[in-house]
Ligand binder design. Structure first.
Ligand code: GLU
Length: 323
């Protein structure tokens, strides 16, 4: 199945959808900046959506700090965050009733089943691994009898999974190019609601992008593997499919992925050593938009931003960024 790209005549609605589980780091800022510059350079608008599904990991204080940091960087949003807007609330933790109704809709139109498998039991069953390290769910709990389900429920609460059909999803990513996945082999049945009752990322993100009218999704290349099931869900729920841009990840000078635990490139450290324009300029340079690292404002980047200059491959940071 081919996913339709957003038509060029439609006004662009982009979004930055961070999970505030700590201080913003350079990789998050790279994503925020490119999402912002892309939507703005096309005359569109940009939404800030706080993906705090797990309030324990993402307390409101982190979200507030994140908004203050974005403001310090000069990135202002048309809707969302604490400012609200026509699609409020913009905090996923406040949108559970929306996810619940879409979950019920899926129960009517697809095969949604309780799954009692723990991560450990899947590992022990040596379920096959996907290229990104995730486990391909082997279908263990598909087709359990009502009696077995009742028995198992007494021992532990289940997650809820949705069965994917034998379909191939193909789409053209604005950075990574043509991508294709056969749902049962490359993605597998996925969780819609966790055992603790929290709705899963795949459902929440599609519900929100769909209901907020988002037609341009800019995010890290690490989420490319989630996109085929999301496209399938967009279609299943009757939403139009956005255009996707999966941007390269930032690596440290040795080529390792930046980790949230590494505090050396979070905004606390960056603010001590750099001005906002220097950070924006560095990221614009790494995104191939300017020939050398020099100070720049988001507004200046908006005036020159072009997707065809953004590299596909992950990007090593220069050593001099480490204060
Ligand atoms: N909340 C996710 C993250 O911070 C991003 C989700 C998305 O952009 O689709 O990794």
């Amino acid at each position: 199945m081919i996913s339709p790209a957003a038509t060029p005549m439609e006004p662009v609605i982009g979004r930055f959808a961070p999970t505030p589980s700590g201080r913003l780091h350079l990789g998050n800022i790279f994503c925020a900046l490119l999402a912002w510059a892309s939507a703005k350079s096309m005359g569109g608008k940009i939404i800030l959506r706080i993906e705090d599904l797990d309030l324990e990991r993402s307390p409101r204080a982190y979200a507030d700090q994140l908004e203050a940091d974005l403001q310090w960087l000069g990135l202002s949003f048309d809707e969302g965050g604490s400012a609200g807007g026509p699609c409020q609330p913009y905090y996923q933790s406040e949108r559970f009733s929306i996810y619940r109704s879409l979950f019920h809709q899926l129960e009517e139109t697809a095969e949604v089943y309780p799954c009692f498998c723990s991560r450990a039991s899947l590992h022990a069953a040596s379920a096959p691994h996907l290229s990104d390290g995730r486990i391909l769910y082997p279908g263990t709990c598909r087709g359990l009898s009502p009696e077995t389900i009742q028995e198992k429920r007494r021992v532990r609460p289940p997650a809820d999974r949705i069965r994917v059909p034998d379909e191939t999803i193909s789409f053209t990513d604005g950075v990574q190019g043509r991508t294709s996945a056969r749902l049962p082999l490359d993605c597998g049945d996925f969780v819609l609601r966790r055992a603790d009752g929290v709705y899963a990322y795949q459902l929440a993100v599609v519900a929100d992008d769909g209901l907020m009218g988002v037609n341009q999704v800019v995010r890290g290349r690490d989420l490319l593997e989630s996109t085929p099931v999301q496209i399938w869900l967009f279609q299943k729920l009757g939403f139009s499919v956005p255009q996707f841009f999966h941007i390269p990840l930032l690596l440290d000078p040795e080529g390792n992925r930046l980790s949230k635990r590494d505090k050396s490139l979070d905004l606390t450290a960056l603010k001590q050593n750099f001005l906002p324009e220097e950070i924006i300029g560095l990221l614009a340079f790494l995104a191939g938009q300017i020939p050398k690292w020099e100070g720049m404002t988001p507004g200046e980047l908006m005036g020159i931003f072009q997707w065809d200059r953004v590299p596909m491959k992950d990007i090593r940071l220069p050593k001099k960024i480490y204060g």
